[in-house]
Each structure stands twice: as C-alpha cells, then as structure tokens.
Write a protein that binds this ligand. Sequence first.
Ligand SMILES: [Fe+2]
Ligand SMILES: [Fe+2]
Length: 268
Amino acid sequence: MDRRRFLTAGAAAGAGYALSISQQAEALEERMMQELEEGVIVRSRFCQFGTPQADIVAARAEASERNQGRHFQMGHDPRLPRIPDKPTLIDFFKYRFAPASHLLQSGALALKAGLDEETVLACLLHDIGVFALSRSEHGYWGAALIEPYVSERVSWAVRYHQALRFYPDLASGYEYPEAYIRYFGADYKPEPHIQKDAEYAQNHRWYMTARQICINDIYSFDPDANPSLELFVDIIGRHFKQPEEGLGFDNTPVSHQWRTLIWPTNFL
Ligand SMILES: [Fe+2]
Ligand SMILES: [Fe+2]
C-alpha cells in the first residue's frame, strides 16, 4: 500500500468530514493489515514434490484466477508467530519449532543421565534439521545449520547420529529401534553413503557423543512428557555462540537458512 496515495485519497474523501492525522494513520494501519491478510500465501517447493504434474498445473490455473489483483506474500507471514527482529536460538524454539517436545525430551534425558553440557546440547539440537528444514538427510542439514555457533564436536555428533541410529551398539545399550522395522520393513538397508558414514563415525574419537544422541533419541517420544525449555537456557548461553545481530543476519554461510525460517513463505 502506498502511504502517500492513501493519505491523499483519505484527505479527498474527508473533504466533507475532516479526519485527524492520527485517525488517518489508524485507518492506514488497519488497511495495511487487511491487505497483508489478503496476500497470496505461498508454500515451499518441497510441499509440491510428489504431486502429479497435472494437479500442479490445475492448482496454478485456479490460484492465478483467484489471485487476480492480489500481491504475493513477502515478509512476515501473518499466520506465524512474529519472531523478534534479532532472533536467538531460544526464539526459534519458541516461535518456530514449538512445542519441539522430542528435542526437549532428548536434552532432558541427557541432562538426567549426567552427560557433559556439550552432549546435552547435541541431544537438544539433534533433530533441528527435521524441525527447521527437512526429514530427508536431517542430520546433515541440522549440523550445517548450527555449525558456526557450536563446538565442532556438537555439530559432528548431530551430523553422524543420522547414520549411527541404523547400527546397534549393544555394549552401549543401543539396540536397533523396533520402530524402524515397522517404519521401513525388516529388510531395509541404509543407503551406501549412510553405511560409509556410520563406519567412519564408529572409529572416530567423538563416536560416543553421537551414540549418546541415538540412545536418548529412542526414549524421547513420550506424549505426556513436556520438559521446559528453561532447563537449557544456561547451557545454550554457555555453548551456543549467539550472534549479536540475530540468527539470520550475521553473514555466515547458513544465515540464509535461518532467514528462510523467519520468512518461510516469501514468494522469492
Ligand atoms: Fe534424528
Ligand atoms: Fe530424534
């Protein structure tokens, strides 16, 4: 909405009854909010994968008719909670990932087991890739997202838990998850890159950090458990290097990924 055009139109319309400046400003704000609500909301391309091409074409034609004269969504999506301008990791937990019970449960179990703070953080963040970007390859996505802000060991463990969870380690108390037999079938074999990465991780000095993620992971699906984020505020403060400008605005190789989480439905 062009503010000057609106105010000129308001003044002309108000020839018979004068609108005060604050009334005009209020009316403008209301109109702008209304327009935002009416913006064409878009979805990520991810959401279309697997949809038959004919359905996509039909949906586009229908949308293009419906959207005549409307703007596309850019900026803050009115359907999402408004995230602060300089967002912290805690803000992303509150305004984007919530309730994130699985992550909080994993972190809480690690805390209860008396594991070191970096391992607790690794457990808390282990599936951040699922919450933020994609289930597919989530360990690698998640590790990349946090890499500039945590120790090398934490992001390493988040990356390799993805491969290690398919391989039992009975000595550490990790069995092949029974749920995976239900989910993927009894003869499911991980892809070669996963087999290779698991082998590499098994011989690495940080193996146990990634393995601890797997161990706490499988007990973190209790629908009644709801640990508080407060439990982790100090650990995050000590081990996650929060950028002053806010995540997304600190010019790292992954700032754009955090910005995508701030504005996930921007048209471009
Ligand atoms: Fe995972
Ligand atoms: Fe998990």
